[in-house]
Design a protein around this ligand. Sequence first.
Ligand code: SF4
Length: 249
Amino acid sequence: MKSALVARLRQGHRTLDYPAGKVELPSRFRGMPALDASRCPEGCGVCTRACPTGAIGQPLRIDLGKCLFCPACAGACPEQAISFGRDHRLAVRERADLSVGAGDGPRLARALDLEATRLFGRSLKLRQVSAGGCGACEAELVALGNVVFDLGRFGVQFVASPRHADGLVVTGPVSQNMRSALLETFDAIPAPRIVIAVGACALSGGPFAGSAVCEGGVPPEIPVDLFVPGCPPHPLTVLDGLLRLLGRI
Ligand code: SF4
């Protein structure tokens, strides 16, 4: 018992002091890309051909809604015009804001309107629907509940029933088999409600885009309030977007 207590004392406080504290990300983390157009005057197209999802185009520009952060483009570019930075803040309010060109910084998500932040800012219940994804985005969402990120301290919780929810979190490319379940879940959440799309699949279909058996992301019948790119997004990317949406950052 004594040794267990000593071990706990040595472990100290594990919960991140986010957003105030210092963010430490794993060395292999890839965040906001940096594009150097001066190194790519001709636009040779090597990166475009290397990209598995058609996320990168000429003149040099990446659609983060399609990007898997793999990073085949950076490896293929003979001029090192593409690199991936350490900034985890990637979530936006408008799908178009995920198109990033040379010199562009992150266009961070702005808060909901005053009425919505008053309603949801301190207590937000979310129903999650995995609409045909691989499980990676869901695993990162589960990680948000662990002692490191402790999503519950911000008043945000995942709930089992859409009737008890204030919003919907969608992951996966929305397979045909999940389309009606997703739409019914959205309809079952009482208005006003918010929708958060998490991961490249939910934003654009990701590697499944163009498949005859998936929608290519959240269907247009469901209006999205927050787009969180990544494959999968890091829990801090999701947390940062959520807190910005709720006016907490
Ligand atoms: S990192 Fe993104 S843009 Fe680059 S090759 Fe991979 S999916 Fe395409």
